[in-house]
Design a binder for this molecule. Structure first.
Ligand SMILES: NC(=O)c1ccc[n+]([C@@H]2O[C@H](COP(=O)([O-])OP(=O)(O)OC[C@H]3O[C@@H](n4cnc5c(N)ncnc54)[C@H](OP(=O)(O)O)[C@@H]3O)[C@@H](O)[C@H]2O)c1
Length: 259
């Protein structure tokens, strides 16, 4: 129990709620869609892999698959129009993500651009498509999936980290603008989760979660009305602490930890 009122209207009763998750064919988005379906929500799952979305619908009756590429603003707009014509959306989650390890001595501009396209601009495409309807209704919730990798510069994170930093800033600004208009806005910053995105990591990932554990933390964070939903705390609190270190100490520690 907190001394302070929650930052968002708590999302506790999912029965009959309509939720659109973009980036739901695998990993965290897929597990969150399954968890919400189990709680009674109608889930609309989007991503590029049609087969994975169809499999989801097969196993989760009443859910809907909507194939799209989040980097295609026209396709995202068309999908939103189609959904909104059938009724309002209660929660919209941007969970699409792309990750390739990159360092400055192997800078790859197409890959850098790809990260911005998927991780950041895709989110903007979704915002543009759903915000007018959410604002007109004066209720609903937007959730962006960032990462603790957006807190500070990190090794191997030349392409990924800046896109997550941008999402964190975006979510904070959206909260300021949209909360007074009745909307909820949350930012989800996971630590390491075992998904296709992290499968190529060659290093041991501390405090690694399953997608199902991540989904449980997200659902709990929404129920608690949190703005930033970060997990697992045993890892993310250390990552947060890095933000408070003086630069000299930060670079020394990260330099020692980096092969
Ligand atoms: N796993 C972690 O440790 C971790 C940690 C912090 C943050 N995150 C973030 O969590 C989110 C989910 O990642 P994940 O770990 O669950 O990885 P994942 O299993 O690879 O999921 C990524 C999802 O994004 C979709 N996607 C990728 N490009 C897309 C595009 N152009 N258009 C539409 N959908 C697209 C993928 O589906 P298709 O390929 O079918 O399009 C997939 O559904 C990402 O934002 C990621 O950055 C993950």
């Amino acid at each position: 129990m907190s001394l302070f009122p929650s930052l968002n209207p708590p999302l506790q009763d999912w029965r009959g709620k309509r939720v659109w998750i973009v980036g739901a064919s695998t990993g965290i988005g897929h597990a969150t869609a399954a968890a919400l379906h189990g709680l009674g929500a109608q889930v609309i799952v989007s991503a590029r892999k049609a087969q994975a979305l169809d499999d989801f619908v097969q196993h989760h009756p009443g859910s809907v698959a909507l194939v799209l590429d989040a980097t295609d603003s026209v396709a995202v707009q068309a999908a939103a129009l189609q959904l909104l014509a059938q009724g309002p959306l209660d929660v919209v989650m941007y969970c699409a993500g792309h990750y390739q390890a990159m360092r400055a001595d192997a800078l790859n501009l197409p890959e850098l651009r790809r990260h911005i396209e998927v991780n950041y601009l895709g989110g903007l495409n979704l915002l543009q498509a759903v915000l007018p309807a959410l604002l007109a209704r004066g209720t609903g919730h937007l959730s962006l999936v960032g990462s603790v990798a957006g807190y500070r510069g990190l090794p191997q994170s030349l392409a990924y980290g800046p896109t997550k930093a941008a999402l964190i800033n975006l979510a904070e600004t959206l909260y300021l603008d949209l909360r007074p208009k009745g909307l909820g806005v949350s930012l989800i910053n996971p630590g390491f989760v075992a998904t296709p995105l992290t499968a190529g990591n060659a290093f041991a990932m501390p405090a690694l979660l399953t997608p199902e554990q991540a989904a449980r933390a997200i659902v709990q964070g929404w129920a608690d009305g949190e703005f930033e939903i970060h997990f697992p705390k045993r890892f993310t609190l250390w990552m947060k602490a890095l933000r408070w270190l003086p630069d000299r100490l930060f670079f020394y520690l990260l330099g020692r930890a980096t092969p």
